[in-house]
Design a protein around this ligand. Structure first.
Ligand SMILES: [Zn+2]
Ligand SMILES: [Zn+2]
Length: 753
């Protein structure tokens, strides 16, 4: 719209402050000149002043002249979103059934939204004038004269005021004086704060080595990806490679191709704290070529995030590595998206917007006509099915690099061990001996506890049987309050049995072991000088402690590392020759239909930590259910056979990936009221007779009370998210809920508990 004295210029703005629809504002020509779609502006709303994103420069709606309010400021010089990211935001909001405002909140870092200024240094440069012209200016200020003389010797050099003043012992008033007299030019330069450029990065010198020669399979994968990139069309490829097969090298080669053509790269890892090696390696590889690798994750300070964001938005950096939220990073000219360990549940965001980072990554590649690479040793069933349907291509790396062997895997039957030791031991005799043997040989060991969520299911220590729901084929949860077993998908319940339904044994147990307990046991069985360190959630809270421990472990300062899932992923320790899995079937006792998939993935990942150096590795898997097929498949690393069996089971039960799972949670402070609304809602749905939607529930969540809220949930299984949501939302609009009960939807839910 042209500025004209009669009618003001109008702009459409999405306010980021409790309003979920666009509003029209006026713009003064001086501001309008700098506005683009995606610009962040400050606007008045009621009595407040809030920020908003410009969504259109030619709005449909124009408010009456006397009601029109004006944009008060432009917050950031460059737009915070480009057209592509605005489209992505709209898709995320509609697919994941969350507000556009929440989505934009997740996409634009808080420091950018708040208009934080970059940190700057004050720089000066001398303006040379002939001595006779300036001598009169220095009357009564000999210090200024001296400073000016010194500066003149430095010619055109631009210098840091604070540093120079300190070194030459001039106060700031002296320099101010020179600036005022026009003898010195003042400028500001931005300081960049960089995450992870610390001493721990230097503990991996081997990574700076020259580029390794590729195996035949790596070359093939590289060439296939190169032709994907060349097509300049959207495509997705699964890079399926056993642990230690050199997937990262294949990613690196693809990145090189993209960077050479001036493209940008988005590299996602499940959690940055778990991927310092990847970050170090990419920095070593691309840093040498003057390419900056920006790290993006939730632990960045506001300043670090602002700097990272600016570098990408301005195209000064073209590579970003980060956890799921990095999927929204403003990479320019995006040509390649890498999702490493694509099967990891950590890609799902559990708060609003509840998006699946991997799937958003694929969609973002689609919006950019870019290539998306999904890497894993144990691909998810969702991705596997997409390959089967021909939606995704696939490259396979079946061999470890340098011809290293996969480790030798022993299954230890803990039922027999329990009889032998006359109790339920934490460590089997064979694992104890293996640990001591490694210590004598100066080799390292990892002990892995597969702990996650709540261990409240019942299982038989004599036959390994777990009580399952008759309809849902998931483990039932034991509730202490009523001594009942509950199914947390459909709500079915029955009294907790006292004897095993399979073998009539009385040895039914509820609890697993914690890492602390395991550490104590390991200390008691190892020689006094052995160094044992535990890594669990408590350690992860401290920003650098985990990296410090990993660095010590890599340098051989630790003999046994005890930990949970965080030590299972992607880590490469050449001196580890023994991995012990304390309780392999723990995930099978979780109330989750993905239990087998998780158990299989974790076992393969953990086993992959052993024998990555010159020495062969050994793995001990302790289990009460050695007959379980996922454990058998994991032991022999039979990926294809496992996937085939698991897909068949999911198909039979109409679980994902054959359907989409949408979880609908009702939560409130009052238990009865919350249950009532969940049950009424189910009745409403039954009356509405939804097409193509299978409904389960309501059921109480396994942790029935969380942060003071009682929670009940329903599950919808449907082939189409869009069709399912539109029906649900229509019924929901006509269903009044008490304001003390809150409900929300979780599309493609990972958490069913
Ligand atoms: Zn039994
Ligand atoms: Zn059930």
């Amino acid at each position: 719209m042209k500025p004209d004295s009669q009618s003001p210029i109008l702009v459409e703005v999405l306010p980021l402050g409790g309003f979920d629809h666009a509003l029209t504002y006026g713009a003064k020509p001086s501001i309008f000149a700098y506005l683009k779609v995606g610009s962040l502006v400050r606007v008045p709303l009621g009595l407040r002043r809030i920020t908003g994103v410009v969504s259109s420069l030619s709005p449909q709606h124009s408010p009456p002249k006397d009601k029109l309010r004006f944009i008060s400021a432009l917050v950031q010089p460059e737009p915070v979103l480009n057209t592509e990211l605005v489209r992505l935001a709209k898709w995320v909001a509609s697919y994941y059934a969350c507000s556009l405002e929440n989505t934009l909140g997740a996409m634009i870092p808080a420091s950018v939204r708040d208009g934080m200024e970059p940190k700057t240094r004050r720089m000066i440069q001398v303006i040379k004038l002939p001595a006779k012209d300036v001598s009169s200016l220095f009357k009564g200020s000999p210090k200024q004269a001296k400073a000016y003389a010194l500066l003149k010797e430095m010619d055109d050099e631009v210098i840091d005021v604070v540093q120079w003043g300190k070194k030459e012992k001039f106060s700031s008033t002296v320099i101010e004086g020179l600036i005022k007299k026009g003898l010195v030019k003042q400028t500001f330069s931005e300081i960049h704060r960089e995450a992870y450029a610390d001493e721990f990065s230097q503990s991996t010198p081997s990574l700076v080595e020259s580029i390794p020669s590729l195996t035949h399979e790596q070359k093939l994968a590289r060439d296939q990806i190169a032709s994907d990139l060349q097509s300049e069309k959207f495509n997705t490829r699964l890079l399926q490679g056993v642990t230690g097969s050199g997937k990262t090298e294949v990613y690196c080669q693809a990145m090189e191709t993209v960077l050479k053509d001036g493209g940008g790269v988005l590299f996602l890892v499940p959690e940055v704290a778990l991927a310092p090696q990847t970050v170090d390696r990419l920095r070593a590889r691309f840093g040498r070529k003057g390419e900056e690798v920006v790290v993006w994750h939730s632990h960045l300070s506001a300043g670090e995030r602002l700097d990272a964001w600016r570098k990408l938005a301005r195209g000064h950096a073209r590579i970003v590595v980060g956890a799921r939220s990095a999927v929204f990073a403003p990479v320019q000219n995006l040509r390649l998206v890498v999702v490493d360990e694509e099967h990891e549940p950590a890609y799902k965001q559990e708060d609003s917007p509840r998006y699946q980072g991997r799937d958003v990554a694929v969609y973002r590649a689609y919006l950019n006509a870019a290539t998306c690479l999904l890497g894993s040793a144990t691909p998810s069933l969702e991705t596997t099915l997409n390959v089967e349907k021909g939606k995704y291509a696939k490259s396979v790396l079946s061999q470890r690099i340098d011809g290293r062997e996969l480790p030798l895997v022993h299954l230890v039957d803990m039922r027999r061990e329990a009889i032998k030791q006359r109790n339920t031991p934490i460590l089997s005799q064979s694992l104890i001996e293996a640990l001591r043997h490694r210590y004598e040989n100066k080799e390292q060991s990892i002990l892995f506890l597969n702990r996650r969520g709540f261990n409240t299911t019942l299982f038989c220590t004599e036959c390994g049987e777990v009580e399952q729901c008759r309809d849902c084929s998931i483990a039932m949860t034991y509730h202490r309050t009523d001594h009942y077993l509950h199914c947390h998908l459909c709500g079915y319940r029955k009294p907790a049995p006292r004897i095993c339904g399979n073998c009539q044994s009385l040895e039914i147990r509820k609890k697993g072991h914690g890492t602390q307990r395991i550490e104590d046991v390991v200390e008691s069985i190892m020689p006094k000088n052995a160094r044992i360190v535990r890594v669990d959630a408590d350690v992860m809270i401290k920003k650098n402690l985990f990296r410090e421990i990993l660095s010590d472990f890599r340098q051989g300062k630790i003999d046994v590392l005890v930990g949970t899932q965080m030590i299972a992923k992607g880590l490469d320790f050449p001196r580890v020759t023994l991995v012990g899995v304390i309780d392999a079937d723990l995930p099978l006792r979780m109330e989750d239909f993905r239990a087998s998939e998780r158990a299989f993935q974790i076992l393969v990942q953990v086993a992959g930590r052993a024998g990555r150096g010159d020495r062969a590795g050994e793995v001990y898997i302790q289990t009460y259910a050695p007959h379980e097929s996922c454990i058998q498949f994991a032991r022999r690393t039979e990926l294809e056979a496992f996937l085939e069996e698991e897909l068949e089971m999911r198909k039979e039960l109409y679980y994902p990936p054959y359907s989409h799972l949408i979880r609908h949670v009702f939560k409130g402070r009052g238990e009865e009221k919350t249950r009532f609304y969940a049950e009424q809602w189910r009745k409403q749905l039954d009356n509405a007779q939804l097409a193509g939607v299978t409904i389960k529930g309501p059921a109480a969540t396994p942790l029935a009370k969380l942060k003071g809220y009682y929670r009940f949930h329903l599950f919808y299984l449907s082939a189409s998210v869009t069709r399912c949501l539109s029906q649900i939302q229509k019924v929901r609009e006509e269903f009044p809920i008490d304001k003390e009960v809150i409900d929300f939807l979780d599309v493609d839910a990972q958490q069913v508990s």
